[in-house]
Design a protein around this ligand. Structure first.
Ligand code: ADP
Ligand code: MG
Length: 293
């Protein structure tokens, strides 16, 4: 299956341009949509799940047209919104049972087996009797994935699911998505956390100010930062000057003072050496260049 996005723009009432002429092709597997807050990730996802109509542009899913074939397309979709929540006084399994009923599963035996399967899939089976809105942040997010999967969607769209999770939960969540990505479906994951992309996605796009600043493999993004990442040995007093002048990625205390990593076009006035970039460096490099221009 393939999603083809052409010339997609979104201008909100009031004039805010959230997306500008986006072109993207998204195939099976896990696709990462990376970008800082306000870059347009949620807008793109809301358009994809037919919640808002774009100002301009087209989206096709294989032969289906998002505008003309909304009903057929909705049947293909599962969605975990950024602001996902459950409601009070409902148990975890009951919540999934309710979602299954809403989606048209009338046979209660069938429903039970689907709900149990989903609970297993997201490692919530042991928590099934707990109140859904009392689950931990990570468990709630996993419940969100389970509800999005109820209809066995061919396209799963998850909006910033790892925000606010502790590292252990984040890894667990990534692993669940990676497993789901092995099955025959498209998964689109949005995030502002570089580690989510580097550990799971083979294909990605970087959104900056509503434009696609990069699309392709994460590795290609890293290559673009080559020659722009430097390591500086700095004293305490130098460190504050470096922070004023450059985009600092990390500072590690050393015997002489600090080992500082920065992204820049060049370094003047400090002892520095070029180092191999990683995805985080590349991300900062792109975001910095965007804000400079
Ligand atoms: P992200 O999900 O990457 O943080 P969003 O798609 O939520 O980005 O927002 C992109 C831009 O559009 C932001 O500047 C945001 O303030 C604006 N925006 C989002 N939703 C609306 C809306 N309903 N009305 C007006 N502006 C909006
Ligand atoms: Mg968002």
């Amino acid at each position: 299956m393939k999603i083809t996005i052409q010339g997609l723009s979104q201008i909100y009432p009031g004039g805010k341009r959230a997306l500008s002429k986006i072109d993207l092709e998204i195939g099976n597997g896990l696709f990462g949509l990376l970008g800082p807050n306000g870059s347009g990730k949620s807008t793109l996802m809301r358009i994809l799940v037919t919640l808002i109509k774009p100002t301009a542009g087209t989206i096709h899913i294989d032969r289906l047209d998002l505008q003309k074939d909304r009903k057929d397309i909705r049947r293909l979709l599962g969605y975990l919104p950024q602001e996902f929540s459950t409601f009070p006084n409902i148990k975890t399994w009951e919540f999934l049972d309710y979602i299954a009923r809403l989606s048209g599963m009338v046979n209660s035996k069938k429903r039970k087996s689907v709900v149990d399967e989903m609970l297993e899939k997201v490692a919530l089976f042991d928590a099934r009797e707990r109140l859904a809105n009392k689950l931990s942040g990570g468990m709630k997010r996993r419940l969100g994935i389970a509800q999005a999967l109820i209809n066995n969607p061919k396209i799963l769209i998850v909006d910033e699911p790892t925000t606010g999770l502790d590292p252990e939960e984040r890894i667990r969540f990534r692993n669940i998505l990676a497993d789901l990505g092995q099955e025959d479906r498209i998964i689109i994951l949005s995030t502002h956390i570089v580690g989510d992309i580097s550990s799971t996605c083979h294909d990605m796009a970087l959104l900056l100010n509503g434009e696609v600043a990069y699309k392709g493999q994460p590795e290609g993004l890293v290559n673009k930062a080559k020659g722009h990442v430097f390591q500086i040995d700095a004293s305490d007093s130098e460190l504050s000057k470096i922070k004023e002048q450059y985009a600092v990625i990390s500072t590690i205390p050393s015997e002489q003072g600090w080992i500082v990593q920065v992204v820049a076009e060049r370094i003047e006035g400090f002892r520095s050496k070029v180092i191999e970039p990683n995805l985080e460096h590349a991300y900062v490099y792109f975001v910095e260049n965007e804000t400079l221009t």
